[in-house]
Design a protein around this ligand. Structure first.
Ligand code: SER
Length: 587
């Protein structure tokens, strides 16, 4: 197949013909899961429904989900890594199970994509002390015409899927395609990397608990995932993902802008293409992310700055519109599938422009500084002071300094950098608090009180409703606190009263509020609640309120609880599936 870009359309219509309803891709930032920065798999936005919530679109769904994985960000530059990718999926929410799933996967691969059966192999779960061997999938695959020699049984490392440590999960069966012109071996060997994974059907019927045990979910679900970029590469017979039709227009544009061939410049070109595309998808997303020094904004900043650095490397005039031209191509290519690209086009262009202006002011000087400093160093290590100066004065994300250093065969004292960074953060925090005290005394004080009240509320909810309660979001203004937490149902009036009373009781007890700095691991061991760990640091601040609450938090907090006054819950309502919201005030 020469052009497989229409794979998404084919996938959607195939599953629509099997009674599925198409749903829109969720935003790139998970709506109620502050523990991860971005959606990393198609199933993430559907977790509440896999757990039993009713989905408004029914029990058979099909979609393509925008996914972003940043743990491999520095790997981008080779043939296969991307920071953004799309995942195609069909879903059964307690509807069909193994027989239909596998038969439809087989039908789609062989009848719609016309892949010859000889090029296919599959793996199924071999069974262990927790879960039995998947005999059913084996017999379904055999009945469809997959030879036993092409079926391998593997353990949990391969044929089991879960999004994190706990949550909905299940065994899976995976499909592989023989991507090579070599003769196809009769027997499938999972170690032979000429076999490329193209699809994963997960039978999501279990829930994994914190203690490692499994229980069955109320319904048997199916979550399938097909990575779009990889399958297009397979279908178009390309071993470099960036050579597929997905990238043709953008790649050709970049070749034209740089006035250089792709061959010989692959690494920088792939980085630019990947990073600009991801920056387009992050900044166009309705989550409204802007470049910054924290969380998603920091990833966006890193992507743009790294792309700029590589553009410079290719001698592109970085003050020209090279980035905008590439962004417009991506917007054009994808807007049919993601309307936000067209809707937020101006936002995207402005994000790129502003960030480029900011970085350009210092990039040149920073690179000179870097060259100057490395001439002086003795032990091949860029020390923390240089790394920090490049960050603080020249806006070099630490990862950029590490990459530049790597190109010169040097390393960077990143641990030392982190320490300096932390000390600097403390300083600016104190400084900004100082400013608040001077100028806007009332504001800062009341917000600090609400911070502490939020911890009390979190702990009280856990005590009254149960340990399933976890923070899902929090927002504080000078007028009120707003707190989102996991709970399957509406909180009764009586329970709300108990929560309110308990918080007021703890306020009256005048508990001391204190903090300790410890490693993340120790904090978790100590049973600290934590959703907003500072992602730069391995060390975290753990706030305790007497023995009543322990939470990872940056602060600030009051020193004693009796200054909070009287706590009152004003409202309890649904926030989203499985998440409730409380608004409360101090009076
Ligand atoms: N959740 C599975 C995966 O990401 C299938 O969608 O592979």
């Amino acid at each position: 197949m020469n052009n497989a870009k229409d794979l998404k359309d084919k996938y959607i219509s195939f599953f629509e013909s099997k009674g599925h309803k198409k749903i829109e891709s969720a935003p790139v930032v998970p709506e109620n899961d502050p523990s991860v920065l971005f959606n990393t798999a198609g199933m993430q936005p559907l977790i509440p429904y896999l757990m039993g919530e009713v989905h408004p679109a029914g029990t058979r769904l099909v979609d393509y989900q925008k996914c972003i994985r940043t743990n491999d960000l520095d790997e981008v530059g080779d043939k296969t890594h991307h920071t953004f990718f799309e995942m195609l999926g069909n879903w059964s929410l307690g509807d069909y199970f193994k027989k239909e799933t596998i038969s439809w996967s087989f039908e789609f691969l062989t009848q719609v994509l016309n892949i010859p059966v000889e090029r296919l192999a599959v793996t199924v779960f071999k069974g262990d002390e927790d879960l039995p061997r998947d005999e059913e999938s084996l017999s379904i695959w055999k009945s469809l015409g997959i030879k036993e020699d092409r079926i391998a049984f593997l353990g949990k490392e391969d044929n089991f899927w879960i999004a994190g440590e706990t949550g909905p999960c299940g065994t899976d069966t995976e499909m592989f395609y023989f991507r090579s012109d070599d003769p196809i071996p009769e027997k499938y060997d999972p170690e032979d990397d000429r076999w490329v994974e193209i699809w994963n059907d997960v039978f999501m019927d279990h829930y994994k608990h914190e203690d490692g045990t499994f229980t069955e979910l109320p319904k048997k679900n199916v979550d399938t995932g097909m990575g779009y970029e990889r399958v297009v590469a397979v279908l178009e017979n390309k071993d470099d993902n960036y050579m597929t039709s997905i990238w043709d227009n953008a790649r050709n544009k970049l070749i034209e802008i740089a006035n250089l061939p792709y061959e010989g410049n692959e690494k920088s070109m792939r980085i630019i293409l990947d990073h600009i595309r991801t920056a387009v998808f992050i900044s166009s997303d309705d989550a409204g992310i802007k470049p910054s020094n924290t969380d998603q904004g920091y990833i966006l900043r890193r992507l743009i700055r790294r792309a700029i650095r590589h553009a410079k490397h290719l001698n592109i005039d970085i003050n020209s519109n090279w980035d905008e031209e590439l962004a417009l191509i991506f917007i054009e290519e994808y807007k049919k599938y993601y309307s936000e690209l067209e809707r937020n086009k101006e936002v995207v262009i402005n994000v790129l422009k502003d960030e480029k202006i900011k970085f350009n002011r210092t990039l040149e000087k920073g690179l000179k500084e870097f060259e100057k400093e490395i001439k002086k160093i003795e032990n091949n290590i860029i020390n923390k002071d240089i790394a920090f100066k490049l960050y603080d004065t020249y806006g070099f994300p630490i990862e950029l300094t590490v990459e530049l250093a790597g190109e010169k065969g040097l390393s960077v004292d990143t641990e030392g950098f982190k320490e300096k960074f932390k000390a600097h953060q403390e300083l600016s925090r104190t400084a900004s608090q100082g400013k608040f005290k001077g100028g806007m005394a009332g504001n800062s004080e009341i917000e600090t009180k609400y911070h502490t009240a939020t911890h009390l509320l979190n702990a009280a909810l856990k005590e009254v409703l149960g340990s399933h309660v976890h923070q899902k979001g929090s927002n504080i203004t000078a007028e009120r606190l707003r707190f989102d937490f996991s709970n399957p149902e509406k909180v009764s009036k009586e329970d709300l009263q108990k929560v309110e009373d308990l918080v007021n009781e703890k306020i009256k007890e005048d508990l001391p509020v204190s903090y300790e700095i410890m490693s993340k691991d120790d904090a978790i061991k100590a049973g600290a609640e934590g959703m907003f760990m500072d992602r730069y640091e391995d060390e975290v601040k753990v706030y305790s309120i007497g023995d009543f609450s322990k939470e990872i938090c940056g602060g600030p907090h009051v020193e004693h609880t009796n200054v909070l006054g009287h706590f009152k819950i004003k409202k309890e309502e649904a926030s989203s599936a499985g998440v409730r919201r409380i608004k409360a005030i101090l009076e």
